[in-house]
Ligand binder design. Structure first.
Ligand code: ADP
Length: 324
């Protein structure tokens, strides 16, 4: 789906969001938008602030500062209106073990004020959509993890929300259940719903979303369409350098270069550097190295992928935690 085609109509907009738990800053100056009809993946390591952000959009936490608009509705000032169009699925969602799936969905339809006839119709529609009609009389406690997730999604859909907030819906699903969930979310998005879905595992979301935001320490490290995020990731490339023989001064030469931000060495001959310059700056760096006497037999620009970027953010987090 072309995210840019929808970007003029943000369905979710977080503006300068700050959320504190006492002294702890969980979300800090967070800004992002989710286009109407898109599937937006909120990705970040554990503790990045994803759940807190989603709960605030779902009107369950009051932000310390900032504004959240859902379809133009300021959720802080008009939470009731916002809740009518939001379907929220928490990360550890409860199912009522001793209810049948259709009773479980009916309960929520009742809570949303649907009358008996409307409920029966809506519950059936949601069970069909989530491919649970055959299982509608099964007790919730007998369901597999994947089916439970689908039952939860079915109950989240009974009031016809136009915005779905799904916190880690793919966690602990087997590959088949993950594919089913992906197909279902795509179907929902193509029927016009806007989906915000979170995960701490990039691969769970990469082929599901048309836009992603990478969160780190309460802030958005990067946000945009998959193409935009990939392009930003590519702005910082990894260069692999291999020497014929070790050259002790190489590390110093690399660190002196303003376009080199990180140097990893596998042994005395093989290095991987993070380079933020363009191709001609990379060529100048090579000239500097060979000019100083390093015998370079390989100098290879590796295209950085979103995954590399995500791993970089994760490893920065864990090395900072280790230094604390
Ligand atoms: P994520 O969903 O990305 O794993 P969370 O939003 O759950 O991150 O948490 C963000 C930060 O806020 C973490 O440091 C977490 O420990 C902290 N946090 C979350 N909930 C609470 C709470 N109820 N009280 C205090 N701190 C919290």
């Amino acid at each position: 789906m072309d995210y840019s085609a929808h970007s003029a109509l943000p369905m979710i907009k977080c503006q300068d969001l700050k959320i504190h738990y006492g002294d702890h800053v969980a979300v800090d100056s967070l800004c992002f938008e989710v286009g109407k009809g898109s599937v937006y993946g909120l990705i970040g390591p554990n503790g990045a602030g994803k759940t807190t952000t989603i709960k605030a959009i779902a009107t369950l936490i009051e932000p310390t500062y900032g504004e959240i608009l859902v379809d133009g509705i300021p959720v802080l000032h008009q939470p009731e209106e916002a809740r009518r169009i939001i379907g929220y699925m928490p990360d550890f969602p409860p199912v009522y073990d001793d209810l049948r799936i259709e009773e479980f969905c009916d309960l929520f339809a009742h809570a949303y004020g649907l009358d008996r006839n409307a409920r029966a119709k809506k519950v059936e529609e949601c069970l069909r959509l989530t491919d649970l009609m055959d299982k509608r009389r099964a007790l919730c406690k007998t369901l597999s993890r994947g089916m439970k997730q689908r039952a939860l999604l079915a109950k989240t859909l009974v009031h016809e929300p136009s915005v779905l907030l799904l916190d880690e819906p793919a966690a602990n699903l087997d590959p088949k259940a993950r594919i089913d969930l992906r197909n279902l979310l795509r179907r929902l998005a193509s029927s016009g719903k806007t989906v915000l879905v979170s995960s701490h595992v990039l691969s769970e979301l990469e082929d599901l979303c048309d836009a992603i935001g990478i969160m780190r320490k309460g802030n958005m490290a990067l946000s945009g369409s998959l193409e935009e995020v990939s392009a930003s990731a590519a702005a910082s490339r990894v260069i692999r350098i291999e020497l014929v023989e070790s050259f002790p001064n190489l590390q110093n030469l690399l660190r002196e270069s303003s376009s080199v931000s990180k140097v990893d060495s596998r042994d005395e001959r093989i290095f991987e550097i993070t380079h933020s310059g363009d191709r001609s700056e990379a060529a100048s760096l090579l000239t500097t190295l060979t000019g100083a006497g390093a015998k370079v037999c390989e100098f290879h620009l590796k295209q950085s992928k979103v995954e590399d970027l995500f791993l970089e953010i994760e490893s920065e987090d864990s090395s900072e935690d280790a230094n604390r």
